[in-house]
Design a binder for this molecule. Structure first.
Ligand SMILES: C[S@@+](CC[C@H](N)C(=O)[O-])C[C@H]1O[C@@H](n2cnc3c(N)ncnc32)[C@H](O)[C@@H]1O
Length: 186
């Protein structure tokens, strides 16, 4: 690997060899303690793989422990570092596409995550983005909330891409972390 990928691969841990993957594979932006990762890992089954990207190495370590406890660590790779950079490295160096991507990291980066997720998936794949309603704040086109602006740009990018079908679903939330966007590559 060369250039920016050196930082991810050498400073953190090796990006796994995704060329061996078979069956259903999922990617995740934003791991935290691994709660959603465990659901993804159970969903992909014995033959599937999950790659999850987490900025903070200390948090990634907690997620790995939880994945061990849940009995799914053998099918998950937690990669520490900035998700956009790690995903870009994967897109540049591996061809194996994901069947499903879950985007749930820093919200201002949502447009960048969508762009690289499209490089890591093939037609028919599903991409899910969490927290896209923000208690209704996303309808305010003048909002200076960077999370809202990230979601609004994401939605605009999706609307401008005729190869994508998407819908947003409201969910119940009390802290402004609500709403799911589900999109499918046609
Ligand atoms: C909402 S939490 C993820 C929750 C998790 N997906 C779940 O549902 O259980 C967001 C996570 O994204 C991580 N994060 C924030 N900025 C990031 C970045 N630039 N790259 C990767 N991860 C990032 C945070 O450290 C945090 O752990």
């Amino acid at each position: 690997m060369a250039g920016e990928c050196d930082v991810v691969v050498e400073d953190l841990r090796p990006v796994p060899d995704w060329n061996h993957l078979a069956g259903v594979d999922s990617g995740e932006f934003g791991t935290l303690a691994g709660y959603s990762t465990i659901w993804l890992a159970r969903a992909v089954g014995d033959e599937g793989r999950v790659l999850t990207l987490e900025l903070e190495e200390t948090i990634a370590a907690i997620a790995r422990e939880n994945l061990e406890r849940a009995g799914v660590a053998d099918r998950v790779d937690v990669v520490g570092g900035p998700a956009a950079q790690s995903a870009q490295c994967l897109a540049d160096t591996h061809t194996e596409p994901f069947d499903l991507v879950f985007i749930d990291a820093d919200k201002p980066s949502n447009p960048a995550y969508l762009a690289v997720a499209l490089r890591l998936t093939r037609p028919g794949a599903v991409i899910i983005v969490d927290d896209v309603v923000h208690d209704g704040a996303v309808v305010d086109e003048h909002s200076d909330d960077v999370r809202v602006r990230g979601v609004r740009q994401l939605v605009a990018d999706i609307a401008a891409d005729p190869s994508l079908e998407a819908t947003a679903v409201q969910t119940v939330g009390v802290k402004g972390w609500d709403g799911l966007l589900i999109l499918r590559r046609t």
